[in-house]
Design a binder for this molecule. Structure first.
Ligand code: HEC
Length: 364
């Protein structure tokens, strides 16, 4: 019965918030589908306008009996005798406003609808129609449309985050769109250098994650350059099968390169350390960087080797802040380095098997 209470509270809260949300979705309607950020080629739209229109009609057919998508229609629905009973009260649960934000990703939102809605029979509506309904509901939750339709592709949906506004997925869960590579120890890019730009077999994609064998030095880097940004992703080392030793002896290594402009293995940059034993300690390659890291705090918040850890790296006008699993543990203060220009962001391959997922960025 817990949801009845929660649902009722949220319906009431949604009444206040919905007007501004409706305006937000009207705005995104009038802006059309040209919603691309100027700093990257990733479209932040998870669905197309056409799709949302189809979803609107489908929603009216299959969902409107018990739900609404904005406050006004919720009130009307109840006046007209629609909605479901919560004890003595009739409610048309509003799925607009910020309802979708209760779910971490499009996948979680879609899965709820796929497996449990409509309440009178989840299998009475086909999967593709449900995907269109999700597109419509994303629009009613203030998410802008984009160039490509939403598909019933669970791996891709898991990369579409609903609680982090203005973040763009850098890794799409499927391929290396938005990334390039330079592989080969001491190499500069071909044709002048020995560097290889083909990721295989050092980097590959498996189960919506990037797998790096570490078995040749090099790095994967963003096609775009970034200056001020918030970068978020998860990483997980894979221990060698015959590994012995406690976690803090595991010296698996990688790193995150900021402000790369001249490619070579390894390039001039600020490296935010990715190695297990000193993760998030920033230092300079070919540059003086005054990085700090709280190692005691690292030991408190780091997960056992082999489990996922989350990293956030924020750069704002010269200052770098690096957090592990939501806790700030490293950084560089303003004036602590010489970099002044946007650059590529690199993910290092350096001798250990590691996986990354959910790589996303909010450029500023
Ligand atoms: C017969 C009434 C009924 C119909 C029709 C119906 N729903 Fe629901 N829906 C409910 C009820 C009741 C709940 C809350 C309890 C539950 O989750 O089972 C709910 C919950 C939800 C939730 C979860 C909201 C949250 O924040 O927890 C979503 C999303 C949802 N419905 C979407 C839909 C969609 C999309 C359709 C149309 C395809 C639909 N529903 C059709 C009755 C209905």
């Amino acid at each position: 019965m817990d949801w009845y209470v929660k649902g009722a509270v949220i319906v009431v809260l949604a009444l206040g918030a919905a007007n501004s949300q409706v305006r937000a979705s009207e705005r995104s309607l009038s802006e059309g589908s040209g919603q691309e950020s100027s700093s990257t080629q990733v479209s932040s739209g998870f669905y197309t306008l056409e799709q949302a229109k189809r979803g609107h009609l489908l929603f009216n057919t299959h969902c409107l009996a018990c739900h609404s998508y904005d406050t006004a229609s919720a009130e009307r629905a109840v006046e007209l005798g629609r909605g479901f009973w919560l004890g003595e009260r009739r409610v048309a649960m509003n799925l607009g406003g910020r309802r979708a934000h209760l779910f971490p990703t499009v996948y979680h939102f879609y899965r709820r609808i796929r497996d449990s809605m409509p309440a009178w029979g989840a299998d009475s509506v086909g999967v593709n129609d449900k995907v269109d309904i999700v597109a419509f509901l994303l629009q009613q939750n203030g998410f802008s449309p984009g160039k490509f339709p939403l598909r019933s592709d669970v791996v891709a949906m898991k990369t579409m985050r609903l609680r982090e506004e203005n973040f763009e997925p850098l890794f799409n869960g499927k391929d290396f769109t938005n990334f390039e590579f330079l592989l080969g120890p001491n190499c500069k890019p071909a044709p002048l250098g020995c560097g290889k730009s083909d990721p295989s077999p050092v980097f590959s994609v498996e189960d919506g994650e990037i797998v790096n064998t570490g078995k040749i030095q090099g790095y994967m880097y963003t096609e775009q350059k970034y200056w001020n940004f918030t970068l978020r992703f998860d990483y997980r080392y894979e221990l060698p099968e015959d590994w012995e030793g406690d976690d803090n002896e595991f010296d698996g290594n990688t790193g995150y390169f900021l402000f790369v402009n001249d490619h070579q293995v390894f390039p001039k940059c600020i490296e935010v350390q990715g190695g297990n034993r000193n993760v998030l300690l920033p230092f300079g390659i070919d540059a003086v960087v005054k990085g700090t890291q709280d190692n005691e705090l690292r030991l408190k918040v780091i997960k056992p080797v082999g489990e996922w850890n989350s990293i956030e790296i924020v750069h704002q006008d010269g200052e770098i802040k690096a957090s592990l699993n939501g806790v700030l543990i490293g950084g560089v203060a303003k004036g602590g380095h010489e970099f002044t220009e946007a650059g590529h962001i690199g993910f290092q391959s350096e001798g250990a098997r590691i996986r990354w997922r959910n790589i996303r960025i909010k450029p500023e």
